[in-house]
Design a protein around this ligand. Structure first.
Ligand code: GLN
Length: 197
């Protein structure tokens, strides 16, 4: 069974756990560096990126998170989690993990619309996905290794760069688990054997 960690310091942790389990994988709460051992993939949830960053430092997790990224295993950042993954955050000198080839801007959809829903058309997902945005960031620019998977209102809201998947919204807050399934499909098969075409 695939083992997927959820960074469990702050934010929408339980909902990701439920979505992972609904997809038939095992969910593991990650609080300490040792919790990252033996995972196949990791989700960084939405919440508040500055608060999450403080807790990452308090739990001495940054080095281990970067090592996890360097190991090539899939990582998925939703909302604040996308901000944590980004190579650059507009207005900040330093990124957080800084591993995904995108520039993100925080709180991009206007103060008056703190939260809204939108029907999104996402590359690789057949029918529209009803997405919940909460004080969401967006991807200002995506590097050459990054594939844009979805735009909303002319802004990039989902992208994949190799092992890294990021979205501005909260896929775990709906009963539609197709985005979690998409992420799980990024985990190489257990045998690692590539079948001939
Ligand atoms: N605005 C939050 C931040 O900057 C992200 C919001 C969210 O994760 N729902 O971290």
């Amino acid at each position: 069974m695939k083992r997927v960690g959820v960074l469990a310091l702050q934010g929408a942790v339980r909902e990701h756990v439920q979505s992972i389990e609904a997809c038939g994988a095992e969910a593991v709460l990650v609080k300490w560096p040792k919790d990252l051992e033996a995972l196949d993939a990791l989700i960084l949830p939405g919440g508040e990126s500055t608060a999450m960053r403080r807790l990452i430092d308090r739990y001495s997790l940054m080095g281990s998170l970067r090592e996890f990224a360097a190991s090539g295993k899939p990582m998925f950042g939703t909302c604040a989690g996308l901000i944590l993954l980004a190579g650059k955050v507009v207005g900040y000198d330093e990124p957080h993990l800084g591993v995904m080839d995108v520039i993100v801007e925080r709180n991009s959809f206007g103060r008056q619309v703190d939260s809204f829903e939108a029907s999104l058309s996402i590359k690789g997902i057949d029918n529209p996905f009803e997405a919940v945005f909460i004080r969401a960031p967006h991807i200002v620019s995506a590097g050459p290794t990054t594939e844009v998977l979805c735009e909303h209102d002319g802004k990039i809201v989902m992208a994949r760069s190799g092992q890294f998947l990021g979205c501005s919204f909260h896929p775990e807050l709906t009963k539609d688990h197709r985005i979690t399934e998409y992420f799980l499909s990024m985990i190489p098969s257990e045998t690692g054997i590539l079948l001939p075409n």
